[in-house]
Design a protein around this ligand. Structure first.
Ligand SMILES: C[S@@+](CC[C@H](N)C(=O)[O-])C[C@H]1O[C@@H](n2cnc3c(N)ncnc32)[C@H](O)[C@@H]1O
Length: 313
């Protein structure tokens, strides 16, 4: 082997060794992603800053729109590079930049959009002069429209034919998602089930036991659980470029996936690592699988633990 190629080989195996260790790296995700081997990741879930002026400790969340869009395109391109040919990319984004980022990921970068899922949540910020926001967009992209992991058996739910009509023609394995709009889940509890592409998962509210309490954008483990089960297999590598409180990595670990994350803030990274240390493979996901049937566990004091954090939406 020539010296240059030996050097490249050594560098690449060093990167692979880094990858095989489950880790959360402190620093900028664009540089971090670009330092990883091409085509090495199975699933990326990204919940970037929405550019709405949210108060993170280090990151400044109000850039010029063009600057934010150029940066978004840079990190989404870096995600595309590290994904395997069969890789999947989920992007959580607010209304402000959803349309532009969808076009960038699809048209400019070449991702294929499989679903545009709406995550409907309760406990958003109450608005007095406009409708209170109660949703975020979840874009489900794949690199190759014909080659991806889709474990539908992991997310199938009983159909109405099975539950209501006792119809012998019902598929005993249940059914796959519908495409349905519902305004308030409380008004139509039967019509807003986990099998539809408008998802009802409560936000991790301040009183929930699940709440880490030091990051205002903590996503629910149940939401990540559905994505990780569906789009990856045990042992696969799940990556989160914007780890925040570490929910993606914690959920991946519980579900026996390898995990890799980046986080700009040293403080968030340190606290998320603690959360990961307290997590074991096989642990039950926090939160309840069916929010209509079961109540969330709340703290006795009724308040969130740790320092108070504002909500993002
Ligand atoms: C919306 S939060 C992610 C919340 C996360 N989904 C959770 O469940 O906790 C976005 C995070 O991205 C981090 N961040 C911002 N710019 C970054 C960058 N260039 N590289 C890595 N992390 C970054 C912020 O510090 C913030 O913690």
């Amino acid at each position: 082997m020539k010296a240059k190629s030996r050097k490249n080989h050594a560098r690449s195996s060093e990167k692979m060794t880094q990858l095989s260790k489950n880790s959360l790296v402190e620093g900028d995700c664009v540089a971090g992603l670009n330092s990883l081997p091409e085509g090495s990741i199975d699933l990326v879930f990204a919940d970037p800053p929405f550019n709405i002026g949210y108060g993170y400790d280090v990151y400044h969340d109000r850039r010029e729109a063009d600057d934010y869009l150029a940066w978004s395109e840079a990190w989404i391109r870096a995600v595309h590079r590290v994904l395997k040919p069969s890789g999947t990319f989920w992007l959580a984004i607010g209304d402000e930049f959803a349309a532009e980022l969808k076009v960038a990921a699809h048209r400019a970068i070449g991702f294929h959009l499989r679903s545009w899922v709406i995550w409907y949540y309760t406990f958003g910020v109450n608005c007095k002069k406009k409708f209170s926001r109660s949703h975020a967009h979840l874009f489900y992209f794949v690199k190759d429209a014909k080659n991806f992991t889709f474990n539908d058996d992991q997310i199938r739910v009983p159909s109405a034919r099975q539950l209501v009509y006792a119809d012998a023609r019902a598929n005993p394995s249940g059914r796959l998602p519908d495409d349905t709009w519902i305004l308030r889940p409380h008004d139509v509890p039967d019509g807003f089930s986990a099998d539809q592409d408008t998802w009802y998962v409560p936000r991790v509210c301040g009183t929930f036991k699940e709440r880490a309490g030091w990051h205002g954008c903590q996503m629910p483990e149940q939401l990540l659980g559905r994505i990780i089960r569906l789009c990856s297999n045990p042992g696969d590598v799940v990556l989160d470029p914007f780890s925040g409180s570490g929910t993606t990595l914690v959920t991946a670990k519980k579900l026996d996936r390898r995990y890799f994350g980046f986080e700009l803030s040293p403080d968030y990274a340190e606290q998320a690592r603690k959360r990961l240390q307290e997590t074991n493979i096989g642990d039950k996901l926090s939160g309840v699988e069916n929010p209509f049937m079961t109540q969330h566990k709340v703290r006795k004091s009724g308040a969130g633990k740790g320092k108070k954090t504002a909500r993002r939406t």
